[in-house]
Design a protein around this ligand. Structure first.
Ligand code: WTA
Length: 646
């Protein structure tokens, strides 16, 4: 069992929070005992055009497999995030934008202004022919126009597919093609940590391999030089000049698609995770309110990129549905120095910051003086997401950043789950460093062994979710069968998360990490299969196997084993070239940290690569490789061990 240090709920939190310990037990109990009435009641937090009369309608069994929530309800997600706030908080700041350059002025938008900007963007999209159900790819830097574009899609019922700005043209082209997206929104360039990212040039390169693409809307962000392609590319600022600042929201069914977000799995190419309108928004909004005890007037900062699910649910949809002031940061936590993030907190009087353990570890390494140089008195809660947080980083966050005043909200969830699934509530849950603590209402986690037997009591196993919840993904875009096969066949009748977990004597959940071939690099999901396919595309590479390895800052790093075609010679130049190759094929986040040339890979007689051995070697744990006698050629292991990259 892990370290069981307990940080009890501070008395003032127990008193003033929305939910205290008894409240949590009641809420959670009801959510599972009487889900129908519980969820219809929760649905009242949204503004419906037609209020739903049915809550969940689902089955994870193969013969009547279906997942639907509030299916008879109608709403518009953007209207829920904007229009309904206008009467009460039209003049409240909805969005604060903090630029990359610390000296530059932030931009602020009230709900009324954000509403107008989103309507304008929606009208430009409509003028370009985008309609309900069309896919719009958004490949944007962290600027307010990214938020306008996303919400504009929701307003007109188009399906957005946001592609992280750090992905390569190749990766972008694959995502455009997979969902057959005719429209794309981008900017001339992005900025991050003082560097420029040539987004428009990347789009031009992607477009050559993505014939589906017909229209590119370009936002002028840096005024960097770009080439505009006649008949395909238009400047947003020119198109927006002549459009009205109102646009009536499209009435959508609760089960109409809201967005696609590509994410890595253990096999094949990234999957287009599809979320729908009603259940997703309800989940983002409810979890934001409960886990972070959100109160009107709080300044909320989720420091994720809009290109990941965390940015979708907790920069935009959850906080805006709740009428919050949400902060969007263009820059990097460590640039110009490791004080930046705390300076931004002070500048905007941030109440809650939500970030990833990898960022905390990077900041922790720089020493406490960068934190101590700032006030941070506005902070009342500290959130974390994306990977297991090691207790050292947890304590540093708690003691140094929060000075012992701010509970830590460690939220476990996934692109597939739409929002937080296991997370504390600050007025209800005693904290244990490194544990995501307890399930949210409606979430029924279980541990199973490899045979699918449900395990009881304090133990570890594979984490499954036994019941559907409103924020659950509905399908893999274009491949419903892959959806079912990926998540519901390993343990029939249950949603398999791909994570391992431990449940302790107090019923606390500790996520131990992926049990499949997905690695978590700096809180970003990367499929080993994707990196392997990129490597074998190189003309000199015969075969590649990729595994995760422990990394001080990133959590996990990427370790690649590469077998060259016969006749090719390994060299440090070729190693550098292959790393560069992967960066170009997928993006910098996929670049191997270590690359070992391997004359042979450890395979069983039936040709299956034994990754267990490769993982051990990558970890440097070569004394316990286990039984290698079943390998087709056990001698390859000696070579791998002897030439391990340290
Ligand atoms: C991991 C990010 C431990 C986990 C929201 C999951 C975590 C994967 C935590 C999903 C956490 C996320 N503690 N592990 N608090 N949060 N993970 O889809 O392995 O980018 O399966 O969603 O990140 O990554 P994704």
């Amino acid at each position: 069992m892990p370290d069981q240090d307990l940080y009890p709920v501070p008395p003032e939190w127990a008193k003033r929070a929305r939910v205290d310990a008894t409240g949590y037990e009641k809420l959670y109990g009801r959510s599972l005992a009487d889900p129908g009435s519980f969820w219809l009641e929760q649905a009242r937090r949204l503004d419906w055009i037609k209020r739903p009369e049915i809550a969940g309608d689902w089955s994870f069994a193969e013969k009547d497999f279906r997942i639907q929530w509030f299916a008879d309800g109608k709403l518009n997600v953007a209207a829920n995030c904007l229009d309904r706030h206008l009467a009460k908080r039209g003049d409240q700041i909805a969005l604060i934008w903090e630029p990359d350059e610390p000296g530059e002025e932030p931009r602020r938008f009230t709900y009324r202004e954000l509403h107008a900007e989103v309507c304008r963007f929606a009208n430009v999209l409509k003028d370009q022919g985008a309609r309900r159900g069309d896919r719009v790819t958004i490949y944007m830097p962290m600027i307010p126009e990214a938020a306008f574009a996303i919400l504009a899609c929701a307003r007109i019922g188009a399906i957005h597919s946001v592609v992280f700005g750090g992905f390569s043209p190749e990766a972008l082209a694959g995502r455009i093609t997979d969902c057959d997206s005719a429209f794309l929104v981008t900017a001339d360039e992005g900025r991050r940590g003082g560097k420029r990212i040539p987004l428009k040039a990347n789009v031009d390169a992607a477009a050559e391999r993505a014939p589906a693409l017909k229209t590119v809307i370009v936002v002028k962000a840096t005024s960097g030089a770009v080439t505009m392609h006649e008949g395909r590319d238009i400047w947003y600022h020119e198109a927006a000049e002549s459009v009205p600042a109102t646009c009536s929201p499209e009435p959508m069914g609760a089960e109409d698609p809201l967005f696609i977000l590509y994410t890595s799995g253990s096999t094949g190419q990234p999957k287009g995770v599809l979320h729908t309108s009603g259940g997703y928004l309800l989940w983002a909004s409810l979890t934001h309110e409960l886990a972070f005890d959100y109160r009107p007037g709080d300044v909320w900062w989720c420091a994720a990129d809009i290109g990941w699910v965390t940015g979708h649910s907790y920069i935009l949809y959850g906080p805006l549905a709740n009428g919050a002031t949400t902060l969007m940061f263009e820059g990097l936590p460590t640039w110009p120095d490791a004080s930046r993030i705390w300076q931004v907190v002070d500048r905007h009087k941030v109440h809650t910051i939500f970030t990833a353990p990898t960022a905390l570890r990077a900041l922790m390494k720089e020493g406490d003086s960068f934190v101590a140089a700032t006030s941070r008195q506005s902070l009342k809660l500290l959130g974390t997401v994306g990977e297991p947080i090691n207790p050292e980083a947890w304590r540093w966050y708690y003691d140094v950043v929060g000075e012992g005043r701010c509970p830590i909200i460690d939220t476990w969830w996934q692109t597939e789950t739409g929002g937080a699934m296991i997370a504390p509530m600050p007025g209800a849950t005693d904290l244990k460093p490194g544990s995501a603590t307890k399930p949210m209402p409606g979430v029924d986690p279980q541990l199973v062994d490899t045979e699918g037997e449900v395990l009881q009591g304090a133990t570890s196993g594979n984490l499954v979710i036994a019941k559907s919840w409103p924020g659950q993904m509905r399908t893999v875009w274009g491949d419903h069968n892959r959806f079912f096969q990926t998540y519901f066949t390993t343990y029939p009748g249950k949603y398999f998360t791909g994570d391992g977990a431990l449940r302790d004597e107090d019923g606390y959940w500790w996520i131990t990490g992926r049990v499949d071939d997905v690695i978590n690099v700096s809180g970003h999901r990367m499929g080993t299969a994707e990196v392997e396919s990129a490597l074998v595309l190189h003309p000199m590479v015969a075969e590649a196997a990729v595994v995760g390895m422990p990394h001080d800052i990133k959590g996990q790093g990427i370790y690649a084993y590469v077998t060259l075609n016969s006749g090719e010679t390994a060299s440090s130049d070729l190693r550098a070239e292959l790393v560069k190759w992967v960066r170009a094929e997928i993006g910098p986040i996929a670049a191997p940290d270590k690359l070992q040339f391997a004359p042979g890979l450890p395979k069983t007689r039936s040709g299956k690569i034994m990754r267990r051995i490769l993982r051990k070697i990558a970890e440097g744990d070569v004394s316990s490789l286990g039984d290698t006698s079943t390998l087709a050629d056990p001698s390859v292991v000696d070579d791998l061990v002897a030439n391990r990259v340290v």
